[in-house]
Design a protein around this ligand. Structure first.
Ligand code: TXA
Ligand code: MG
Length: 375
């Protein structure tokens, strides 16, 4: 752990040696930010809020600092990190070239939940990019994230601040649950607004390739670029050999309980009901993750833990609540989470991508036969 003495007046509370820096309180925000920025400059690791999820930050130029991220998360060394910067100016030194499409997209979506994959310069060590010749960069929109980047004045590598494989953290509490005792500090800025990770778009090829759907939708990207975007994230697409984004091959976002995903389609409620009866019949403890509309039709499930994530008409809100809901159901100690599927369009694409990746079983809607799931 990094120890800072002398230069800070506030004595921050600690959990298992991890400092909890409360930046929600305007009185202390400035001091909290300075403390967090100093840890980054000294080669430590700090979790901080972004508009998508909490990130676990370290100096992207330092192999040693970045190594601490991989160790704290138990992250496989072949999964590269996203580098967070204050703007296109700072991207310049990290990449070999900035193609016109990057300027176009940056202008429109930065600061915001879009990550661009570009050809990497020599500034960053191989540890940050897992030995790839490309680097993923983004400008986060959260005011605390931007203030931290400004103060630290260095590119900050930051994956989601969870233990590898578990649901991403959307509150400081989630970070504490996963990483207290494993990192130097957590900058607590309250809950994240978008609630799912950024969209990852590779500009290494023409046409561009969508590597992860997220806070900026494919539809929005298409409107700006006015060209086809190759969508490698459609559920059912299978990879042989090396996947284009190393993260694609790992099971992600998964609660401790098994997750059964019931795709949207004919008789969805009936299929959920059948599953519930079957699980209970076998003495298992199910939990439900439903929309308000569907929950309305399950009036006799008082004893089944239930999380309502929103409405079928509003996948954006459902996406923002997903990870918190999965963690709460886990805390209820359920064996299996039966989750309702959404339409795969707009933000529903990111939501379904996370649910598919977390799922150990997918109940395919009749008439919606797809290829095998990618893992
Ligand atoms: O919203 C977000 O993107 C959050 C916040 C903290 O910014 N970060 C995040 O990072 O979700 P992480 O590490 O959990 O996901 C990064 C994804 C991984 O799937 C990784 O494989 C991919 O981006 N990635 C990173 N660098 C890449 C590269 N050079 N080429 C292809 N994929 C890359
Ligand atoms: Mg992650």
């Amino acid at each position: 752990m990094i120890r800072l003495r002398g230069c800070f007046s506030l004595d921050w509370p600690e959990i298992k040696g991890t400092k909890i820096l409360n930046a929600s309180d305007p009185l202390h925000a400035k001091e909290a930010l300075h403390f967090a920025a100093t840890i980054l400059q000294k080669g430590g690791v700090v979790a901080f809020p972004t508009e998508t999820v909490y990130g676990l930050g370290a100096d992207a130029r330092s192999a040693r600092a970045v190594g601490k991220i991989f160790a704290a998360k138990n992250r496989p060394g072949d999964n590269p990190l996203i580098v967070h910067v204050t703007g296109m100016e700072q991207v310049r030194e990290l990449v070999l070239e900035i193609p016109p499409k990057a300027y176009l997209l940056g202008e429109k979506f930065w600061p915001g939940p879009l990550t661009l994959v570009l050809p990497k310069s020599d500034l960053l060590p191989g540890e940050t990019t897992a030995g790839l010749h490309s680097v993923a960069v983004r400008v986060p929109a959260h005011p605390l994230a931007l203030a931290l980047l400004e103060l630290a004045a260095l590119p900050v590598a930051a994956p989601s601040a969870n233990l590898s494989g578990s649901p991403s953290p959307t509150t400081a509490h989630h970070v504490i649950a996963d990483l207290a005792g494993r990192i130097d500090a957590i900058l607590d800025g309250g809950p994240c607004s978008v609630g799912v990770e950024s969209t990852v778009l590779s500009l290494l090829t023409a046409p561009p390739v969508l590597l992860r759907p997220g806070g900026v939708t494919l539809e929005q990207l298409g409107m700006v670029l006015q060209e086809e975007i190759v969508d490698l994230c459609r559920n059912g697409v299978e990879f042989t050999g090396t996947p284009p984004a190393p993260g694609m091959k790992y099971r992600h976002y998964a609660p401790r309980a098994l997750l059964y995903l019931v795709e949207l389609g004919e008789k969805q409620e009936e299929r959920i009901n059948d599953l519930l009866a079957d699980l209970q019949g076998r003495g298992m403890r199910p939990g439900l993750l439903l929309t308000a509309e569907t929950a309305h039709n399950f009036p006799f499930t008082n004893h089944v833990p239930l999380e309502i994530v929103g409405s079928q008409r509003d996948p954006k809100t459902a996406a923002s609540r997903l990870y918190g809901a999965l963690r709460r159901l886990d805390n209820e100690g359920v064996d299996v989470i039966v989750a309702e599927g959404f339409a795969e369009e707009e933000m529903g694409r990111a939501l379904m991508n996370r649910l598919h990746k977390a799922a150990s079983r997918v109940i395919v809607a009749p008439g919606n036969r797809k290829g095998p799931k990618m893992r």
